[in-house]
Design a protein around this ligand. Structure first.
Ligand code: HMN
Length: 290
């Protein structure tokens, strides 16, 4: 449970159904070409909050079928509906996923006690390793060091996908809980996450930048900070462009240009305009020249 993991995009057909062939290609691209250490399925990048339960189960099944035991697989099964989250968790466990992950319950302003009981119930009823998915910028849920500590004390909670930008808190958390795993979230800060104590990172852009991310991770392990900085700067050129146009749409466009059938977005996400596609194609050239 460490290293570089891709938050997988989900290829859809134009009518919003799952594009199985494309999904298999995206899995292969990450395992065979990017050689990442793991895949995070059904997260924000995977558009899973736009899917129904049947489709989310199908997604988990196809990815496992394609990936086998080649890399670590983490299934994001969080849902506002607790019964659905538990059913998805049990499905992922039965399929052989290494761990589950669940977004902190969002939309309503849940108290910390409510959030904690959500993880208690999922872990009790699935009895499988759980990585808390904390992404305050999207959920609005900010947790303190003590809050994280209480979640990490729940049996089966093995770590946190820390998509938070408070890095001093991350350093403290790793000091307090050295045996738990922490994954960084913002890909343009991979370097900062790792030197702040993260065991790795889970990010969307690694479908394209997985090799650079892995080299950066290794450079830090080898104490080569200069090399790590230069790799981060190189990656950030691409990431900034993606953020400008739309990260998930750009990922799909660039992958398609590279011959990987990354499919369409799920409604109500919009596809790129022709002008945006032209901008996204610049990334194809940058990657090809790198
Ligand atoms: C997921 O759940 O799909 C990812 O783990 C989320 C991941 O942290 C990404 N964050 C979001 O998409 C909000 C990043 O990889 C992000 O896409 C990247 O840093 C570019 O902004």
């Amino acid at each position: 449970m460490k290293g570089i993991m891709t938050a997988l995009i989900t290829p859809f057909n134009e009518d919003g159904t799952l594009n199985e062939k494309g999904l298999r290609e995206v899995v292969r691209q990450n395992i065979d070409v990017m050689k990442v250490d793991g895949l995070y399925i059904g997260g924000s990048t995977g558009e899973s909050f736009l899917m129904d339960e049947t489709m989310r189960k199908e997604l988990l099944k196809i990815v496992k079928d394609e990936a086998g035991d080649a890399v670590t697989l983490i299934g994001q099964i969080g849902s506002l509906n607790i019964e659905e989250a538990i059913r998805l968790g049990n499905e992922a466990k039965e399929l052989g996923y290494d761990a589950l992950s669940a977004i902190t319950p969002y939309y309503y302003k849940f108290s910390f006690e409510e959030i904690k009981s959500y993880y208690q119930r999922i872990t009790e009823e699935t009895n499988h390793p759980m990585i808390v998915y904390s992404i305050p910028v999207l959920t609005g849920t900010q947790m303190t060091i003590d809050d994280y500590g209480e979640l990490l004390a729940i049996p089966n909670v093995i770590g946190v996908k820390y998509s938070d930008t408070n890095l001093s808190r991350l350093t403290k958390l790793k000091e307090l809980y050295p045996d738990k795993v922490f994954f960084g979230g913002a890909d343009d800060m991979l370097l900062q996450f790792i030197i702040s104590g993260a065991d790795g990172a889970i990010g969307s852009t690694y479908s394209l930048l997985g090799k650079q991310a892995k080299a950066l991770f290794d450079a830090i392990q080898n104490s080569d900070l200069k090399k790590a900085q230069s790799l981060q700067l190189e990656m950030n050129q691409v990431i900034a462009k993606m953020e400008n146009i739309g990260v998930y749409q750009t990922l799909k466009h660039v992958l398609k240009e590279q011959g990987v059938d990354a499919g369409f977005m799920k409604f109500p996400f919009k596809e790129l305009t022709d002008d945006e596609k032209r901008q996204a194609t610049e990334i194809v050239d940058i990657l090809a020249s790198g």
